[in-house]
Each structure stands twice: as C-alpha cells, then as structure tokens.
Design a protein around this ligand. Structure first.
Ligand code: SF4
Length: 325
C-alpha cells in the first residue's frame, strides 16, 4: 500500500464565476521511503496539489477525489482537529520561498520549538531545546545559531532551517515545494545533497516539487510531469532523465536545461505559454505548443498509456503505443 495514494484528484478555484481546475483528474502515489518528483511549469498545479494533500487550501476551494489517502487515513473526511494533529507530526511541508516562511520577530529556534511543543505538549522545555539543537546540526547549522532571528540567516541557511522545521516531529512524508528556488547554484547543490542524505538516513518519503527537471534528476526515484493541471508522464527517474522521456512536453522541458555529459548542446525554450485553465482547450492540452501534433491531437484527449519497453512508465500522448489505461 502506498503511503500517499491520490486517485482522480481535482481541485478547482471559482474565479469571476468560472470554475478553474488547477488540478484535473490527477493520480499520484508515494511509497514509504520513496522520493517522488513532481515537475512542470509555473501554474501547472504542482503547488495546489501539495496544498490539497496538506489540507492548507482556502475553504472556498473545491477538492474532489476518488481517493486522497495518507497511510490509510482518508484526508477528505478528516475534521479540522484531526488535520492539525496529522499535519507536521506525520505529514509536513517545506514551503516555497524559505525567505518568507519564518516569522521575522521570533528566533529560528523558538519557531522550531513551537512546532514540537504544539504536537508534543508533554515534552519538557529542555528536551525540546535539545531536539532543536539536534535538528539544526542535522541540517548543517550550528546549534549556537538557534537564538538568531531569520534576518540573520542567509538564504541557504533559511532553507536548511525550514527543512529542520519540517523534520521537527519525525514525519513520515515531507513535501518540499521548490526547495532550491532563489538559491545560487552552489547553495542549490548543497541543499540537494542535504535533502537526499536526510531522505536516505531517516527513511523519509518525500514529494519534491520543482519546475527544474535537473533538480529532480538528482533526487528522485520516480518523477511525474504535470502540464495544465494534468499528469502527462510518470515513470522511473533513471529512465526519464537518461533519454527515455516519452512525452513531447517532458522532452521539451528537458531541453530547457543543460544536460550533464551532453556536450555542447544548445538550450531551447518552449514556444508559447500554457493554456488558460478557465477555458482549457479540447484534445491534448499541449497541442498548441507541440511540434509533432497530429490532427486528432486538437480534438481527442490522449489517455495515459504504458510506454513500451519501460516498466512503470506511462505517458499521455497519441504518438505512444500500449494499452489505454
Ligand atoms: Fe503532441 Fe499530440 Fe502528443 Fe499532445 S498528443 S503531446 S499534441 S503529439
């Protein structure tokens, strides 16, 4: 059984009298101890999916699914009290934008301690202080810095501290939303190393969200790619990042970044922009930007199909064979 099991998840926002489906019929599973990546351009629904799982969406958002389960617990039917006790204790999130994720008038140590105290009120102050020191050391920050305020931390240190905060209550699953955005390349590499090391050492399951496929190629066992609210490809990261990407969108996304070992290949962008989700197009949502579209692409929505010769690998494109799922 998967630790996180999402089937047919749809999340819609009502805007100007129109339902905008930010996440549309998405399936995604994360096993215990597995690191899964979720990729796609800004606005494709990645962060909305993370907020739906952590139950942090505004009340006026409409969330529907055939299944939204965490370790056998139905997240859709939880009351607010149960959600609060689950969130952070078993299921935590590293928010996008670590720069703004901390309260500027509380020390870093006090903020991590508050999370522990909220979920483990019987813990002594001393035990919590020791745990904060241990967490900071675990992410490479001197425990002596626990008394510093967020503005005294660099961007990389704030990102490390937000990871420490997410680990504070020993969760089973951590969702990291764009964990390296806004960091310089060297700091980015250090944070990626840190995340992978912690996932391995602690046996954590992680869902890592990024628009940058190179980040996911460093970290993940499996990756799903979203486009305009839908998953268009999903499979083993090793296959997808070593020339085995099957969906034209994933291939174009990979072409946007330098590939290690690819020599002097030129980097290309993807022409055009994602469709307006208030009025999504018929057929394949990528067809207006796809260099290999066929006439049926503009009218028939492709189903996710098995990619021939690649186990556990599916993609939604009319050019891909296999049995329709
Ligand atoms: Fe391109 Fe058609 Fe495949 Fe969509 S279904 S990615 S438009 S070839």
């Amino acid at each position: 059984m998967s630790l996180l099991d999402i089937r047919n998840l749809t999340v819609s926002y009502r805007m100007d009298g129109v339902d905008v489906r930010a996440v549309d019929q998405v399936d995604l599973q994360v096993g215990a101890g597995e690191v899964v990546g979720l990729a796609g351009e800004s606005g494709c629904g990645k962060s909305t999916l993370a907020l739906a799982v952590t139950q942090l969406l505004p009340r006026w958002t409409n969330v529907a699914a055939d299944r939204l389960m965490f370790d056998g617990i139905d997240l859709l039917t939880l009351d607010e009290r149960s959600r609060r006790s689950l969130r952070w204790a078993r299921l935590s999130i590293v928010f996008q934008g670590a720069m703004n994720a901390f309260d500027p008038v509380m020390t870093i140590g006090a903020q991590i301690a508050e999370a522990i105290h909220t979920h483990e009120p019987s813990e002594s102050r001393r035990a919590i202080r020791d745990r904060v020191a241990e967490l900071l050391a675990q992410v490479g920050i001197s425990p002596r810095r626990a008394g510093d305020y967020p503005h005294q931390f660099s961007g990389g240190m704030k990102q490390r501290a937000s990871i420490a905060m997410a680990l504070a209550c020993h969760p089973d699953l951590v969702i990291a939303d764009e964990p390296t955005t806004a960091l310089d390349v060297m700091t980015q590499a250090q944070i990626l190393d840190l995340i992978r090391r912690l996932a391995d050492e602690l046996g954590l399951a992680m869902l890592i969200i990024s628009h940058d496929l190179t980040v996911l190629s460093e970290l993940c066992d499996r990756t799903a790619v979203m486009y305009a609210g839908r998953v268009v490809e999903s499979g083993p990261a090793a296959a997808m990042f070593t020339g085995g990407a099957a969906h034209p969108y994933t291939r174009r996304l990979l072409d946007c970044y330098p590939q290690p070992g690819a020599g002097r290949a030129s980097i290309t962008g993807i022409p055009g922009g994602p469709p307006d989700l208030a009025h999504p197009p018929e057929g394949c949502r990528f067809h207006a930007r796809c260099a290999v579209m066929t006439p049926e692409c503009a009218s028939i929505q492709p189903a996710l199909r098995d990619v021939p010769g690649s186990r556990g690998h599916i993609a939604a494109c009319h050019l891909i064979g296999g049995d329709p799922r």
